[in-house]
Design a protein around this ligand. Structure first.
Ligand SMILES: Cc1cc2nc3c(=O)[nH]c(=O)nc-3n(C[C@H](O)[C@H](O)[C@H](O)COP(=O)(O)O)c2cc1C
Length: 214
């Protein structure tokens, strides 16, 4: 039976309880949550040594051409590296690298060789001059198209020029199974391993009787 797409799904208990509760007005701030947390590698060309910076303010912004954005404070050592080289790699960490990801976000490349000290392996990227982090399951190579100083942060808008993924995450039919990578979410200052699977794209209008997507 084809479901009536105009009829919205029923709310869960949590949403109903929320609707009954009073709202408080909160001060303006960046409350977007959860967000990904990534290890951005940069440097390795134009006289800069390779460096790593932890970034939570990252987002997909365009699919054709594939583009993403990262927001970096000008006082970060990595800021001028990215600004002058126009290149960086977004390395998606797994839960195994959560502690290292945090550490790369509290020390500066001005003082420490983060690759060496953290025991992370740099390897050449395919299209950009900075290294990828071998231990991370997914490496997204980016070339900056535009940078905008917004206030506290510079927004780097970048094109994805190459993607490398652990072969163990690609099944025999060539499909990417990123859920196997043990991804991390960052919510309100805390790191979480992704939890229970609750649906897939379009599951709210899935035809009754059709087998569930895995
Ligand atoms: C979880 C987490 C998320 C962070 N997100 C950002 C971010 O989005 N933008 C930013 O400029 N700094 C962010 N930081 C802070 C930098 O990673 C940190 O200042 C780092 O030490 C800068 O390294 P660098 O001086 O070698 O560039 C984050 C830190 C942590 C721990």
């Amino acid at each position: 039976m084809t479901p009536d797409r105009r009829r919205p799904p029923k709310h869960g208990k949590r949403a109903e309880a929320g609707a009954r509760g009073a709202k408080k007005n909160w001060k303006p701030g960046n409350m977007l949550s959860p967000v990904p947390v990534v290890l951005v590698s940069c440097g390795g060309s134009r006289g800069w040594k390779p460096n790593l910076i932890t970034i939570a303010w990252i987002g997909s912004v365009c699919s054709d051409p594939p583009m993403l954005s990262i927001a970096v404070r000008p006082e970060r050592y990595s800021h001028d590296i990215i600004k002058t080289t126009g290149e960086f790699v977004v390395n998606i960490p797994s839960v195994d690298q959560a502690r290292t990801t945090d550490w790369c976000g509290v020390v500066s490349g001005r003082d420490v060789d983060k690759f060496g000290a953290a025991g992370l392996t740099p390897a050449p990227a395919r299209k950009v001059g900075c290294p990828i982090v071998v231990e991370c399951p997914l490496n997204i190579e980016c070339r900056t198209r535009k940078s905008l100083l917004l206030g506290s942060h510079t927004l780097f808008l970048a094109e994805v020029v190459s993607v490398q993924v652990n072969s163990g995450l690609v099944d025999t039919r060539g499909r990417l199974n990123l859920q196997k990578a043990g991804l991390i979410a960052f919510a309100h200052g805390h790191y979480y391993a992704l939890g229970r699977h609750i649906g897939h794209f379009g599951f709210s209008v899935r035809k009754a009787g059709k087998p569930k997507r895995r």
